[in-house]
Write a protein that binds this ligand. Structure first.
Ligand SMILES: Cc1cc2nc3c(=O)[nH]c(=O)nc-3n(C[C@H](O)[C@H](O)[C@H](O)COP(=O)(O)OP(=O)(O)OC[C@H]3O[C@@H](n4cnc5c(N)ncnc54)[C@H](O)[C@@H]3O)c2cc1C
Length: 261
């Protein structure tokens, strides 16, 4: 069995600020981490490795420094790491990102399961996983909190607002994992040293994955960001003091004054 985990390197959002002049993220000096729910997706794949002997491949599209995220995944126990990096991929929107990942998955070819995080903490769209499944024309199950694989099918417990749903799907399929699924393991020191000194991260550019230049990067992106901004803080609320009867009388007076009642 072959499981491919899609990993995005993201800025640690606790430390990100917005440049008020340009409206873009200030990334300088901000530490990068593996997107937290991608770590949960990797943990699910590593559990399948332990239970079924699955081969686990991690893949990321990003700038050269995204290699660090892949090395951390190798240290956690992934068998192979692939970084999709090329200037041709710059400016990708979610569809172009999914298309690029789709090309690479087609090149890998004989995967049984693709795992993604539910959403990335910087982009927050939760679009890439489902778009990859659409691109590959394979079944998808999103918001998965529990996953088992039996034979040629998977069984997934899917989180809903007011409960759970159990879904069965034929493999190959794509799942997006929520953080409630597990507590990702910490790599031990020896594995970190091996990941940095001995293990290889394969680099693939646009030509390696046979990408049509019109379908990736800015050219392959149907959406455009017009403006990013931090919404102004809301004005403080008003607390009505006194007894409940006094507060109710004052509230009605305020609502009348504003022509609401
Ligand atoms: C017009 C436009 C231009 C953009 N230009 C740039 C740019 O120049 N540089 C830039 O950094 N961003 C750019 N972005 C943002 C970029 O499109 C998104 O960060 C990216 O597509 C992922 O979307 P998301 O963060 O919402 O991920 P989500 O859809 O929330 O992610 C869901 C899951 O998909 C997987 N995933 C997502 N992205 C990747 C990835 N890159 N590799 C592997 N797995 C992944 C992960 O498993 C993740 O948990 C641009 C966006 C737009 C709309």
């Amino acid at each position: 069995m072959k499981a491919v985990v899609m990993i995005k390197q993201v800025p640690d959002t606790n430390e990100v600020r917005l440049d008020p002049r340009t409206g873009t993220l200030i990334r300088e000096g901000v530490p990068s981490i593996i997107n937290p729910e991608d770590k949960s997706a990797l943990e699910e794949a590593l559990k399948l490795k332990e239970a079924l002997g699955a081969e686990v491949i991690v893949i990321s599209m990003g700038p050269p420094q995204a290699e660090d995220a892949l090395r951390e995944a190798l240290a956690m126990g992934a068998d192979e790491a692939i970084l999709l990096t090329d200037r041709a991929f710059a400016g990708s929107d979610t569809w172009a990102t999914a298309t690029t990942l789709g090309y690479a998955l087609k090149k890998i070819g004989d995967f049984d399961l693709v795992l993604a995080g539910r959403q990335a903490i910087d982009g927050d769209t939760a679009q890439v996983g489902p778009q990859v499944a659409e691109y590959l024309k394979i079944p998808q199950v999103t918001y998965v909190a529990d996953l088992t694989v039996r034979g040629d099918s998977l069984c997934a417990k899917r989180v809903l607002e007011d409960g759970y749903e159990e879904i069965e799907a034929k493999l190959p399929a794509l799942v997006t994992i929520v953080k409630e699924a597990n507590a990702p393991r910490y790599p031990h020191a020896g594995a970190i040293i091996t990941a940095y000194r001995e293990q290889k991260v394969t680099l693939w550019g646009a030509k390696d994955i046979g990408a049509d230049p019109e379908t990736v990067g800015l050219k392959g992106s149907p959406t455009q960001v017009k403006r990013s901004f931090t919404p102004p803080p809301k004005e403080p609320g008003q607390i009505l003091k006194g007894s409940p009867a006094d507060a109710a009388r004052d509230l009605v007076a305020i609502l009348r004054q504003k022509n609401i009642v």
